[in-house]
Design a protein around this ligand. Sequence first.
Ligand code: FES
Ligand code: FES
Length: 185
Amino acid sequence: MLHPSRHPIRLRINGTPHDLEVESWTPLLDLLRDHLDLTGTKKGCDHGQCGACTVLVDGVRVLSCLTLAVMRDGSEVTTVEGLAQGDRLHPLQQAFIEHDAFQCGYCTPGQLCSAVGLANEGQAKSLDDVRELMSGNLCRCGAYAQIAQAVAQVVLGPEPPKSEVVQRAWIAGTTVNARAKLGPA
Ligand code: FES
Ligand code: FES
């Protein structure tokens, strides 16, 4: 018999159906990491501030640390593990590699899922829009300029305004090459 605090739910996670029993207070983040071993999704602040835990629920980006699993019964969940198709990386994953859009990589799963959600929303029309709409995802390594460039390449097309990216990278002090291109301060 089911314990009164446990609830049966069904989630489709990265294409695979899962019948689960969860406590009413179990966050989706803990369900993914601790019960299903999907540790690609990261726990940063655990209270909705950093975006490291971002996943997609029915194609919409959500903070899984603030989402009770029981409330998403019947949903389709996509984590970073579900973005690639076999050996073929998701275009955003490929763009992150091409643009060197990470250092330690801790924020990267959340950045990638957030960027997929941003693309699904269809609101971003410029590089500044990308920056604004990705602003809920923090990167302690400060790879923001490269992240914005990678996301813009996929969401806006192959030629985001590079000069603006270079300028901001230099201001943030993150890109040696950009500094060299602009000359001494
Ligand atoms: S761990 Fe969820 S927002 Fe930081
Ligand atoms: S790459 Fe290290 S926190 Fe973003």
